[in-house]
Unconditional design. Structure first.
Lengths: 332, 332, 332, 332
């Protein structure tokens, strides 16, 4: 159950109520909000006089639920907004990994040329093998910051584990929690303490229920700015790297109030179909699109097969704009 | 290996060659075509003088492969064509099951109103439970035939097992092989002997390789008119009925020459997201779309939750047309 | 709901009751049995006076349910029985495909040497590629019959589609319905009309619910002799051919009254672990074990990698006997 | 490629060689060992004179591979060993979560009564919902330490994220890395720096290749004491919580040199089949078995359905001992 306490309830009293109901508690700018385990179906009498409104919930999808807030949350990314009534679909693109200043500068130039605001690049790569390139770490984050200072980008970068989450929070504008890290309480708790937008990628073995519950960790810690990113689940099919779950996206749109971002590059794992899939993603009426693009994919240190050449990305952008328009959306 | 024999090679000689190479053999209208097991990589010397052209192949995806024919096959459906250079996306809609003359007549009226050529309806339902409605059988096929006579539809209906395949071939214009039947040699062989278009649905546990190999059974038996239908695969996610595999569609478009049809209704299993998913499907640049629609889904005898109301289908059609246009396609 | 009519209810009256309740009907040797759709929870008043006993059921798993019969069904295979209170675990072994009289005779000799009663061999191979060996067909069935006449085996052979089901029913002692055919109504209905034991293999994409419901098609058609065979499901893991689902076996043992047979050969797809897996299967306390063994796997026409050499099978048999004993079972 | 440098090669020279080959490096007690990316197939000339032995490898499964060490590694757990030539199968049991001193003391008594050396209990629960019990944390670890001091147990406890890994390393004897944390570089790196045994649980969406590669992170950091734990993967089947992958276990036994532990409780998710599954696990010839048992499962704060009652665990132990004996193993 979500409980809005009256705005005049004191902090200490609010915490007493939280304790008595075993609730998460945060202040949403207007009042203290309690989130009890979802099995609680009736408002306890002891809270009645201090309660402004309450919502009994079916499952532990609570703050993220359409039953609580029927409109998609608005999230400000630099000088544009997504969600809410914006009808914006934001594109963030860039290389899988930041590899060098020269490389990321080329990516930055491309985004500037095309009027793309979102620049993405990984600095802490969650590799499955210890014998692969592990990313530039803090040095990479600083290169991304430099690009932002020079060009005004919204920087999207991923945190891999709790040991460096504070560095990513400091340097990036959107904190991406990777598919392999999304159950990590250390990361989720750190992300709950900032107000920066958090982009949670769905684990490839993660149910929709668990996916949204990961968002609940951040939301119930007091950060309302959470986006969900579908990037492909693992199935029996091996001709493609993963299986992009657009049925899942339909479910998320129907049942949650969180903006939805799609990542076709990781899902397919190959360049050839990224344009078609991006068209499909945009046609779903989503809030954002991540695309991997590299100045020279043939020498990329990670995910070489799925990163687009610059010209392919230019074509992709030309393709998705009329599709966005056909479904009442604008690419920003 | 695919081998085109010279047009003047006699039938008996062609069959001798087929026997010596353990090949499938058929006549494609111009010459005998042999398809050997794909492990054969060099043309046998004994065939050299009788061979017009040959294609060594990587796997048992042979006749369906883009390496053999780089353009998507053209398939004539009534007075329109899909595939080839047509840029047409054909819609076929109707109820999950034909339940009565009154019901199917209402569906037919809706399609006529909206200018939709394809009317679909199941007569032999491949139910997993013996205690569910199993379909009207031949009586249903006759009702569909009646609708065609009155309205000029392209009738799409499904065969469930080999015991009634000839009835479906006689009455339907497009023979649909269901997801649960697509490994059935009895059905595949019967479909190879007609020239009517065959629509093979991907089994929910079927790899893309196996899916296309099912088409090879029909193609190598001499029927060139095969379409592939993705309708959702079974994954760990249970909030939706199945998971529509658009990454797989990207792979099929890249590697095969068969027209691709999508069925979002069976994939999602719920009405709410069918319009968004249909937009996504059409944005992939596909050749056809199947949609389940019922005069009154609340009383439908099968798949009640996923069939659209007539008004929802009218809205869907309005939505997909501009999306089709945005990707250079026309809804027919 | 399962309804036992009174033994003295006439056939025509029984059929009237079946019609009024939309039930499957058969005679179990003592009385007519009706099986209604499971949504019926209360016995209709019109049947009350003709009813001996009735069982409301949770789902369309009805005749196979432990709620209906708490003991595993006894099935007679030649001169031994499995299930019931027998504590027997029957081994049936042999090649994937019957390839020649010489080959199957070598298999038969091995079984005779080792005192194994069950001889298995495929004659109609459900291949996914049309360019692979498709089996000897009726000729293979006749070779198996010959081996039975000479040696007294219980012959297990698989039906692939409805076009030859009657041949298999005529020649085999146990009719195996393959993983790719288990939804085939044509086959299931034919198997319901015989009393020969039916062994249904679980489809690799089939849920336990659907698996048992396939058995219901046979049981509710009047053949009580159904066994379930788990042979591996398709998952994301590709190092092994399939994933043997022993958690599923635990569920089947807990919830159904059907004997359970396991097939580790198809699950793993490689020789190396078949002995360990057979030990595990037998330790589950199951009713039967299928093992693929070939006189010379290196030249086998199908599934070469998973068939054991004769010496490996001798070792396997030595290994499983003490394991069977440790769990109170006897290998027959 | 794994490279054993000559024992007399100096530390600085060894590190120069590691740098020039982009290798992981550690000292195994006798010499420096380099592990290069597996794509290196020939020993670089510059290392030839300093190299004692080298093993080119097929994939990034290197130190864990049977090609490197053909015998399973021996791991000392308190005063017993598993792996190597021991033929021991160690049981570790206890509650899902440590809930109170009284509760864990009851578990400790049961283990003492039955002569079980391994006591397991979670203190940092990796819950998918923020509104569920999250574990006692450090307080729980101290309770486990107390039980060890009083009874001489081998304590097995799980780390959830990198923020508390050092506490678990300090208090537990076996550091369990959970299924949701096994990609966590922060944890893996910390575990590489200790010599305590590490038990890595396979993620439910993790391939065998990735699973063993997680072990490579620890092994190549210098900790040779790694065990692999299969605990069920996520498949389409939902009647059981997960699907225990014994085919995968067969593969791991064939291809890796790491001891294998099985956890049937998490796989099945229900009490009813744990004894049968434990029999199956032990019959595979594994090195260890984890079982969840609770003094009163009906009030357990997590995983209530799958924890055994004390009497059920006594029965289980009686059942698995003869099975272990049948396959030449001893339960310790």
């Amino acid at each position: 159950m979500i409980i809005h306490l009256n705005p005049n309830v004191s902090e200490s009293k609010a915490h007493d109520h939280a304790k008595s109901t075993e609730s998460a508690i945060f202040h949403d700018g207007q009042r203290f909000v309690l989130v009890t385990p979802s099995k609680l179906k009736e408002l306890p009498a002891s809270l009645a006089s201090d309660t402004e409104a309450h919502w009994p919930m079916d499952s532990d999808i609570q703050l993220a639920s359409k039953s609580y807030r029927s409109e998609t949350r608005t999230i400000k990314l630099g000088d544009v907004s997504i969600g809410g009534s914006s009808n914006n679909t934001m594109v963030a693109a860039g290389p899988c990994s930041v590899e060098s200043e020269e490389q990321i500068r080329q990516s930055a130039s491309l985004m500037t040329e095309l009027g793309i605001k979102g620049l993405r690049g990984g600095c802490y790569k969650p590799r499955t093998s210890p014998y692969s390139f592990q990313g530039l770490g803090l040095e990479g984050l600083k290169l991304l910051s430099k690009m932002r200072e020079e060009n005004g980008f919204v920087i999207v970068s991923e945190v891999r584990d709790a040991t460096h989450v504070d560095d990513v929070i400091e340097h990036a504008d959107v904190i991406q929690i990777g598919a392999k890290s999304m159950y990590d309480h250390g990361i989720l708790k750190a992300c709950a303490k900032t107000k920066k937008p958090i982009l949670i990628k769905r684990g490839f073995g993660t149910t929709l229920q668990e996916f949204v519950q990961a968002a609940e960790f951040v939301l119930s810690g007091g950060n309302p700015n959470v986006m969900l990113c579908e990037r492909g689940i693992r199935t029996f099919e091996t001709k493609t790297r993963f299986t992009l779950d657009l049925c899942g996206v339909a479910w998320l749109k129907e049942h949650t109030n969180l903006p939805i971002i799609l990542d076709p590059s990781h899902a397919l794992g190959y360049r050839y179909g990224i344009e078609d899939l991006s068209n499909a993603c945009v046609a779903m009426g989503i809030d954002g699109l991540l695309v991997e693009v590299h100045p020279d994919p043939s020498v990329a240190k990670s995910d070489a097969a799925q990163q687009l050449y610059h010209d392919q990305f230019r074509d992709l952008l030309k393709a998705i704009k009329p599709v966005a328009q056909a479904v009442g959306r604008t690419i920003v």
